[in-house]
Ligand binder design. Structure first.
Ligand code: B1M
Length: 214
């Protein structure tokens, strides 16, 4: 079995410590951080996700797998960082109200930090007003919202509406993403940018910063 497959299997079994060790080993062996993320960690999470939807595994198994994913991703963090470019922008990130999924949000945070953003992590289950007050308080140019549930997608519109009400709408770009989100939804709620993955979100945030500055 190759090291990436082993990482995927250990993640599925919730072996966080071993995942962390193997991710370090893979880096030492010269496997790229991106490949470890995609073919090891995310591949393992995909399998857990499929089993979860078929009721072959339940919440506790998914939680320990998610913990292993986060531990592995932490090891990758400095290697995913694109340290050559400092945008010196500020972003607040969070998973919207009612939603407790944080893995995608954590990846977005990591990628933004990798692009030189200072990131205010609001965590999960974040009410619209909390995004807005954090953005205003910290002078953020970017608000990045993640949602994983069809039932919580609507909370993203609340963020856009709250930004309008508070008068900061033209000072921020609102990024949205997560499994149930798409471009049409993004447009329909009046958000600025949708991307399907965390790395693209960070790239788009850099672009957005340029357009806000100029
Ligand atoms: Co939940 N869950 N879950 N879950 N869970 C899903 C999302 C689900 C699809 C599983 C399924 O049934 N197949 C389903 C949603 C169905 C739907 O609404 N359509 C579901 C459900 C139903 C639930 C509960 C309701 C289950 C229950 O209790 N009956 C419950 C809800 C709790 C709540 O939030 N209120 C629940 C609970 C949980 C756990 C707590 C057990 C756990 C979360 C642990 C944690 O996050 N710390 C969990 C998990 C892990 C999953 C799955 C298995 C994996 C999600 C994940 O982290 N994927 C998921 C099934 C699946 O996705 N296959 C599932 C890896 C992560 C990297 O992907 O977050 O999509 P993702 O991020 C991607 C992109 O979406 C994008 O970038 C990343 C890739 O680079 N992205 C952005 C994300 N945010 C972005 C923001 C951006 C841009 C891109 O810009 C700002």
């Amino acid at each position: 079995m190759g090291i990436l497959e082993e990482i995927s299997l250990l993640l599925q079994n919730g072996k966080a410590k071993q995942v962390k060790e193997l991710v370090s080993q893979a880096l030492d062996e010269g496997v790229s951080a991106e490949e470890i993320l995609q073919k090891g960690l995310l591949a393992g999470m995909d399998i857990i996700g499929e089993k979860f939807s078929k009721n072959e595994v339940y919440v506790p198994e998914v939680l320990v797998a998610a913990r292993a994913m986060n531990w592995g991703a932490e090891v990758l963090k400095p290697h995913l960082a694109d340290s050559g470019f400092k945008s010196k922008g500020r972003a607040c990130v969070g998973t919207v109200k009612g939603d407790l999924h944080d893995i995608g949000k954590n990846l977005v945070k990591m990628m933004l930090e990798g692009k030189g953003f200072e990131v205010i992590d609001l965590g999960v289950d974040v009410p619209a007003e909390a995004f807005i007050s954090a953005a205003a308080e910290h002078n953020c140019q970017i608000i990045a919202c993640s949602a994983l549930l069809t039932t919580t997608m609507g909370a993203m519109k609340e963020v856009v509406d709250a930004a309008k009400r508070s008068g900061i709408r033209d000072k921020v770009k609102i990024l949205v993403g997560g499994a149930p989100i798409n471009k049409e939804f993004c447009e329909s709620i009046g958000a600025d940018i949708y991307t399907s993955d965390a790395a693209s979100a960070a790239n788009e945030a850099v672009e957005a910063l340029t357009s806000l500055v100029s």
